[in-house]
Design a protein around this ligand. Sequence first.
Ligand code: MSP
Length: 516
Amino acid sequence: MTAAQPFFVTTPIYYVNDMPHLGHAYPTVAADALARFMRLDGRRVKFLTGTDEHGQKVERSAQALGLTPQQFADRVSGAFREMDALLDISNDDYIRTTEARHIRGVQALWRELERRGEIYLGRFAGWYCVRDEAFYDDAELIDGPDGVKLAPTGAEVEWVEEDNYFFRLSAWQDRLLAWYEANPEAVAPRSRRNEVISFVRSGLKDLSISRTGFSWGIPVPGNPAHVIYVWLDALVNYITALGYPEVESGDYATYWPADVHIVGKDILRFHTVYWPAFLMAAGLEPPRRVFAHGWWTVEGQKMSKSLGNGIPPDVLVGRYGVDPARYFLLRELPFGSDGDFSHRAVVGRLNGDLANDFGNLAQRVLVMISRNCGARVPEHGELDRADMALLEAARGLLETVRGHISEQAFHLALEAIWRVVGDANRYVDEQAPWVLSRSDPARMHTVLYTLAETLRHLAILAQPFVPGAAGKLLDQLAVSAEARDFVSLRASPLAPGTPLPKPEGIFPRFVEEAPQ
Ligand code: MSP
């Protein structure tokens, strides 16, 4: 037997200066769906998430609350873990950049870059944006109100002049371009790839990778007056969580290079320019793929702390339920595009796709089986063309969904699954098993068997996206825990005669509360 092929997927690690909201739930849910899919598909998965806890932004936020940065980070990192629990996230590890394993790994990488002559001490004079934790050139700044200069993201910038260590990024321009060229799948979607390539083609300057003047960070080995630039610190989490600097054995040897880093479009440059350059400069392999998703607005407005419209995970899940929230995030937008989160749109999907289409289908079929087939998986006679057509559509789904998932096209994967939900609903209406119950009970059994078997396929394939509801449906079909992976789709059809539990709804309708 060959060992299962490893699969390593990550989310960005979240800054602890902000409480978790919808915008953080999004990459985490996407990475979770991917991790769950790959596990069910027989891969040996490592799914990593965590928190980014150093830097001036966090130091200032802690100060404002009268806390030490560590106390502050502990509190908010805990809130991100709670978000994971609420959203049914199946991460295998959770890394915090204040952990000893991380600090040790970052310092080891620094020494390796230094040993290879990739770092030098110089003088920095330029603009720094604490909110973005990024350096900007004059030419990148935009004019704000009252003639003040702002970062391209609209955030305030500060003039900084200090001795800094620099990374020889300029020397990596050609090798980065060669890497994009040789790996067309490494940066996705395509429009983002083009954006990155033209940025790198326009020329790269050496990058400042240390700061002085504040202390909340990892000290530069051999010169503790400097702390390591928070982005270098943060990016390295992807390998410190795998045990770096140990690279010959253990998790690094198994899981690196990462199969997919899921990131937002705002942090694309860090992941597709700086990160591969740091890795290559240290003699390590760059990641296989970085996928940049789009941004959500809420009810048409940009999410912001001052507007307080961020939608915390407990509100999201409390209002709609965890599976509907996950479904909406993954179904509503093509992964990669921007879009709007509105109450109306969520309720539309919830009552349409989930309650009406999938939920009703399951409920109708299970109740008919319970009433008319002695609450057992029905026996079936010979299958006719309509039965075969529905079962073929269900059996063909894995390949279609797998193709979409390999490109992180979650919306297309869900669309494909729901197309078969639609086929099954049409089949019920055409076959009218409630009529057959009197005219031709044997045929009714065959129709209900076909539907139950289709539901089994749909539920198994829906698990990565709506794990709770799919699991509940599989319970109701008496599918054992061992028979829920993708191999079982073909290998373990429902066995006629198996007793079934009492049917229960899987996707309740969302009922608007009457105004007080
Ligand atoms: N700490 C860095 C990432 C370091 S990774 C080595 C960071 N953290 S963050 O908390 O500010 O953002 C984390 C992710 O949340 C980003 O990928 C960002 O795109 C995502 N989102 C935050 N708000 C968002 C929306 N409104 N919509 C979609 N995603 C957004 O950046």
